[in-house]
Design a protein around this ligand. Sequence first.
Ligand code: ACO
Length: 325
Amino acid sequence: MLYSRIIGTGAYFPEKILTNADLMKMVDTDDKWIVERTGIHTRHISAKNEATSEMAYEAAKEALDMAGVKASEIDGIIFPTITPDYILPCAAAVLGGRLGISGPFAFDLNMACTGFICALNIADAFIKNGQCKTILIATGERLSTVTNYSDRATCILFGDAAGAAVVRADTKHGIRSCSIYADGSYGDLLYMHGMGSTYLANRDTMNLDDEMIVMKGNDVFKLAVRAMSDTAAETLEKSGLKSDDIDFVVPHQANIRIVEAVAKRLEVGMDRVIINLDRRGNCSAPTIPTALDEGIRSGKVKFGDNILMAAFGGGMNWGAAVLTL
Ligand code: ACO
């Protein structure tokens, strides 16, 4: 039987750190509110000329090193991002150029925070149908370039990061089950129209704020808790594992209260949840692979552990994956 496994991970965070104290100088907010309502203390901000693909290159190098895989062995690159360097060429192709490879397919994936789980699902399918042996999932986001730093309800949340994972065909169990869903009727709850052709064609009459992320946080919050919990429970059942079999939950982390609600619903204690939101903020698609990487490199998460991932993001879309590392 052919399976697909994550055999290496990597993470990159830009040097500059934006603290809650810094934000208090920019908008009407305070450290206590941010920590109590979101769980975030600091987030990273990319340098002016630090491209998304450049950050992803650093994470990808780490993941390839951990996996013991050469760039020339990659059969394809999937790059979840909503902040690519350019619309064209896509970030995956730019990254392939940086890695010095020519030939393997390379495409971007626009699923916001659910991007990594969707990429895992696609990689799993490509590997199981025999089309590929080794896939690099590399994700990077420069949310700071699309964050409205005069909107206190969103600017406190987002950070920049890149994360990567090498997924390879194996005879041992790896990815056990994945689910991804979307409902476009919720598109007005979280959007960023700025890079789209409709916005660009009507730029003269549109609201400049629409170039940035706009979010009805409270509505998104309620949907996120329900969708992440339901999908995680369903995907766990599909995997054949039980809640007690899961060593660690590695969730998307937009808000600690969402993560706590999902963990409670899954009957998993917070000691079994890998958190990096407190130091990194909500980084969109890189959140899950960076948290996993930090868990592995700290020695907490080990190869052989059973992992549950769940995410919710702009689209709206959501998903979950259960795998053995
Ligand atoms: N500091 C102080 N007060 C604030 C701040 C702030 N930074 N932000 C909002 N408030 C105020 C509001 O103005 C409001 O005041 P009012 O009652 O006088 O009107 C009050 O706090 C409560 O506002 P809510 O929006 O109800 O606050 P909530 O507790 O919901 O927290 C937050 C807001 C943090 C945005 C939360 O709703 C959230 O995390 N939502 C989910 C985000 C998410 O999951 N996004 C999806 C992934 S992101 C992606 O896909 C790119």
